[in-house]
Design a protein around this ligand. Structure first.
Ligand code: KIV
Length: 273
């Protein structure tokens, strides 16, 4: 379906995502962190916009997602919310804002909802964060889970390689996914796990799974916008499909601008008052 024919009138809600799964319709999700790109992403017909803590990498230039703060996530979420009309907007709870205790987790989630007007939060982990997830859900805030490779735990894993290849970890992942569904999460991101396991988890749940590096058997897919548009050209894992090479387009355009300024070709008379 082209962008011109997308029905932009129906707002995407957590409930609509579950209905999509029931109908066997795939869910599209993409990150955005600012007003201008969120507007384009929303107008292109994306179902879910994730204000991901990957902003720590692609916006702030950090090596991991750990340094980004709650204030910074709220800043990004507020900018995105001003642009979005149709997509469901989910915001990552950043590292350190929910792992301490469940009261702190709820306070962090409430700040995101009150200050940014976003519609849901995402949290990394399973049984170990159960109490925090439950407390947030009790306050009426929808929670998206995130299992498999959880980048906020990179210092524990020591690597960004595929998770849950071994049976024990796969079993824990299935149990965590079922737990998150049981306590009321509306969807779960499955990051970098074997496609067979992701398909198995997806078949066992009634809530949708959104995969990244988890094969085609999940109920939806998510990518980081800067990666799929080729802005962040140094990152090319196997799961990433590049839909554009914006780094090259931007280099060319900015290079031409520099030349035109140097030569005096810009601005012309028609570009002057
Ligand atoms: O922060 C992020 O962009 C994410 C996606 C990779 C799922 O969590």
């Amino acid at each position: 379906m082209s962008t011109n024919t997308i029905d932009n009138s129906r707002k995407v809600t957590t409930r609509r995502l579950v209905e999509k799964k029931q109908r066997g319709e795939k869910i599209s999700m993409l990150t955005a962190y600012d007003y201008s790109s969120a507007k384009i992403v929303d107008e292109s017909g994306i179902d879910v916009i994730l204000v991901g803590d990957s902003a720590s990498n692609v916006m702030a230039g950090n090596v991991t997602t750990l340094p980004i703060t709650l204030d910074q996530m709220i800043y990004h979420a507020k900018s995105v919310m001003k642009a979005v009309k149709r997509a469901l907007v989910v915001v990552d709870l950043p590292f350190g804002s929910y792992q301490g205790n469940s009261k702190e987790a709820l306070a962090s989630a409430i700040r995101i909802m009150k200050e940014s007007h976003a519609e849901a939060v995402k949290m990394e982990g399973g049984a170990e964060i159960r109490e925090s997830v439950e407390r947030i859900l009790c306050a009426g805030i929808p929670v998206m889970g995130h299992l498999g490779l959880t980048p906020q735990s990179i210092n524990k894993f020591g690597t960004y390689s595929v998770r849950a290849r071994e049976e024990e970890e796969a079993r824990k992942l299935i149990a965590d996914a079922k737990l998150l569904e049981e306590i009321g999460c509306f969807a779960i991101v499955l990051e970098k796990i074997p496609a067979k396991l992701a398909a198995e988890v997806s078949a066992q749940l009634t809530i949708p799974t959104i995969g990244i590096g988890a094969g085609g058997g999940t109920d939806g897919q998510v990518l980081v916008m800067h990666d799929m548009l080729g802005i962040n050209s140094g990152f090319s894992p196997r799961f990433l499909r590049r839909y554009a090479n914006l780094a090259e387009i931007m280099h060319n355009a900015i290079g031409r601008y520099v030349e035109d300024v140097k030569s005096g070709d810009f601005p012309s008379e028609t570009e002057s008052y």
